[in-house]
Design a protein around this ligand. Structure first.
Ligand SMILES: [Zn+2]
Length: 305
């Protein structure tokens, strides 16, 4: 199981835009709020563990004096409790939380690090929180007229502040395809120049306007490696909030085996047998992708087939 596959959250998308609903759930004592700043999440840290730092409304207002409603994003309801994220204007504001919570060590943590410590429910909440925070941060101005935008509808719309424009902006994700390409009994792995040393992965790339997902797989494979694919099959998908992708996974067979790095996106690509991969992992000459990623899962699925 790779990260973000479970969706235990009732987002109440049909009623979250109503102020009555939002103020009612904010007032509930068990409702919790997670401060986030850009791609980082407020966490409690102990020696060998990290947890998202969910605050009550009282703790939130004690930390910041005043809670700015425009910084709240409604995440949803899970196990009869409602969850919000709270957008911090600067990383230094984590100190305010630390001052008000004397028995807790508060810190901003990267979601990738946090995934090692949290369960699937918490991972999903944190995934939505950082994805929404990133969208807000990168859509502070209207793409139509350039005026400022402000958060509305519990954080799921940004509205242009210009009285004539009033354009509504909705959360966006970037579609990317990722594909385990095989030829006979071998798997294609490649690496980009800027990746950590010895890291190899399967082929991936963003979908361009006007193409289907399968066409994007075929194009990326050809551009990056010169391979012509004969079959392309959908596998599964993974929301990937680093910062705002939806990874759509495929498996494919190549009709050809000659590799040519056409677009220079990869510095190297080659065919690996299962034995070669296992040996290379064991002797430290090959490092596979992040364990919670769909790329790692695609490789593992092939290895254990
Ligand atoms: Zn506008």
């Amino acid at each position: 199981m790779f990260a973000f596959q479970e969706n235990p959250l009732n987002r109440h998308g049909d009623i979250r835009h109503t102020p009555d609903f939002i103020s009612k759930v904010i007032d509930q004592a068990q409702t919790r709020f997670l401060p986030v700043f850009k791609q980082s999440i407020a966490c409690t840290t102990q020696e060998d563990h990290k947890n998202p730092l969910w605050l009550s409304y009282d703790q939130l207002s004690t930390s910041f004096g005043e809670v700015n409603d425009k910084h709240l994003i409604y995440l949803g309801e899970l196990d009869s409790k409602h969850y919000f994220t709270y957008r911090l204007k600067s990383a230094q504001l984590i100190d305010n939380i630390q001052k008000s919570l004397t028995h807790t060590k508060a810190k901003l943590c990267n979601l990738r690090d946090l995934l090692h410590y949290i369960d699937t429910k918490q991972a999903h909440l944190c995934n939505v929180a950082v994805a929404m925070e990133h969208w807000h941060n990168s859509h502070q101005y209207c793409g139509q007229c350039g005026s400022e935008t402000y958060s509305t509808q519990a954080g799921f719309v940004r509205t242009c502040a210009d009285s004539e424009c009033q354009q509504l902006h909705f959360p966006r994700t970037d579609s990317a395809v990722i594909c385990a390409i095989t030829y006979e009994d071998k798997l294609l792995l490649g690496r980009q120049k800027n990746w950590p040393e010895k890291r190899y992965s399967v082929i991936a790339g963003f979908v361009e306007p006007g193409e289907t997902l399968e066409q994007a797989v075929a194009r990326e494979a050809y551009e990056e490696t010169g391979l012509v694919l004969s079959t392309i099959n959908y596998y599964q998908s993974q929301p990937w909030p680093f910062p705002q992708s939806l990874m759509v996974g495929f498996t494919a067979e190549s009709a050809t085996s000659d590799i040519k790095l056409r677009d220079q996106e990869l510095e190297e690509a080659r065919w690996f047998s299962k034995n070669q991969i296992n040996t290379a992992i064991n002797n430290g000459s090959l490092v596979l992708p992040f364990e919670y990623s769909i790329s790692r899962t695609l490789i593992n699925q092939w290895l254990t087939k």
